[in-house]
Design a protein around this ligand. Structure first.
Ligand code: PMP
Length: 351
């Protein structure tokens, strides 16, 4: 008998690289623009004496702002340390059954890690050859369903109607819709929380609100589900979010004008960049997110391009697994200048 036998072992999630030197960083779907000036004003004038006290256990400063912005009562909102924390708490809370939790084979690569670490049975459902989710694949007995919409890393959106089909055919399990990228395209499932008590809609401020470093995520759902989530949260770590994050998150939500401006710019850049990338022979589905997932033309290989770009201090993302996506590069949408530099680098590498 050794202590090794008592250790919870897991193969961890691999986050995208965070280089120390200055590079063109298009590998982790961050926002290329700074957060709202209202966020920086609030942080600069923050009363640091208040840091003596524990942060608000209810995250009320943030959930008040979210409640008035989205028109959703506070008891239907849960907040956490990035949507990774929110999703992790959701897995722990809602997936305690015996039937397998279902999610696509190509999706956010953290889902199977949470399932493994919490000992949750799961099954992955293959996307079709064009990377679409087929809702009917989810019309079967299960312990829960998780859909990222738009999906990551494909950027492909499932219509509101088809998302509702998945939710309505799974009334006996909790369906999580991870909308990390919804502010860049597609129809949100948020209004459906009024009609389906098995639905959780997860959001983040890391992408469209330019606050990845603040770690702010939240979700919406029926008040009963939110209570269950809070019960688990208070049983693990009650003071999850720190005081500066609560203030920054509230300010970011209040500045709708700035939010619309930067998301609009990113969408515009995505469209021009997609056109240039197609002109170089890359193939890919139209993206509804702040990245594109593209396959280089023959004879170029994704891994080789990834490495050649890296030598030029341009970071994009390449996934070796699953096999089906190893021929693709996931490229975050940066500024017009950054995307121009990437296109020029690709032209040189591929000439
Ligand atoms: N969901 C999806 C689909 C993502 O791509 C990410 C970003 N890695 C997250 C959730 C987590 O983002 P965060 O924890 O920064 O909110």
């Amino acid at each position: 008998m050794s202590f090794e036998e008592n250790i919870r072992r897991v193969t961890p999630y691999t986050p995208g690289e965070q280089p120390v030197k200055k590079v063109i960083k298009l590998n982790t779907n961050e926002c290329p623009y700074p957060p709202s000036p209202k966020v920086s004003d609030a942080l600069k004038s923050m009363d640091t004496d208040a840091l003596r006290l524990y942060s608000e256990v209810t995250c009320g400063t943030l959930t008040d702002a979210l409640s008035s912005y989205y028109g959703v009562p506070k008891n239907r909102i849960f907040a956490g340390v990035g949507s990774d924390d929110v999703l992790s708490m959701c897995f722990l809370t809602f997936f305690a059954g015996k039937d397998p939790v279902l999610f696509p084979d190509i999706t956010y690569s953290f889902y199977d890690v949470w399932a493994s670490v919490y000992r949750i049975p799961y099954e992955t459902i293959p996307l079709d050859d064009d990377f679409n989710i087929r809702p009917t694949d989810y019309h079967r007995r299960n312990g829960g369903v998780v859909i990222a919409n738009p999906n990551a890393p494909t950027g492909v959106i499932l219509s509101g109607e088809l998302i509702e089909d998945v939710i309505s055919h799974n009334k006996d399990s909790v369906v999580i819709v991870d909308e990390a990228y919804i502010d860049f395209g597609g129809e949100s499932a948020l209004p459906l929380i009024d009609r389906y008590d098995n639905l959780i809609v997860v959001r983040t401020m890391s992408k469209s609100r330019a606050l990845a470093g603040m770690r702010i995520g939240y979700c919406f759902g029926n008040e009963k589900l939110i209570k269950y989530l809070n019960d688990v949260k208070y049983s693990v770590n009650s003071y999850t979010m720190n005081t500066p994050s609560l203030i920054a998150g509230a300010k970011a939500i209040e500045d709708d004008e700035y939010f619309k401006e930067i998301t609009g710019r990113i969408i515009k850049t995505r469209e021009t960049f997609s056109k240039s990338l197609r002109e170089l022979g890359f193939t890919f589905r139209d993206s509804s997110a702040n990245f594109v997932f593209a396959k280089p033309p023959v004879p170029f290989e994704a891994l080789e391009l990834f490495e050649r770009l890296r030598e030029r201090d341009i970071f994009v993302r390449h996934f070796k697994k699953p096999e089906r996506i190893s021929e693709y590069l996931r490229i975050t949408i940066g500024t017009d200048e950054e995307m121009g530099e990437l296109i020029n680098a690709l032209k040189e590498i591929m000439k």
